[in-house]
Design a binder for this molecule. Sequence first.
Ligand SMILES: [Zn+2]
Length: 122
Amino acid sequence: MTAPFPGLRPAYVAGAVFLTALAYTSVQHGAHGYAAALCCTAALLLTAARRETLAARQARTVAVRAERAARARARALADDQQLADVYARGWLDLHASCCLTAWHTGGTDHDTRHCTRKDTNR
Ligand SMILES: [Zn+2]
């Protein structure tokens, strides 16, 4: 798709208005064939202006969708990174604990004076 050019639409409309004025002058002077040709050309310019509007709208829609997809990817990456951080912290806590019971209970059901370290993770 060709990128829309913002200055084209007003130029097309201005050209159509100018051709319509010329057609009016042609009718006043009895040149009905020229007037019809000028009106058809003005209609072509208005069609081009409409297509330019639709192209701009389509380009804007594509840009919005790309932006939304990029933001969703960034959010997913952030969620993955957050999960990886929690997971790594869990492993660090496990390695830093005295034994599995101490890690599992968060040290609440554990007495280091009587720990036999039978279920040690090291
Ligand atoms: Zn222990």
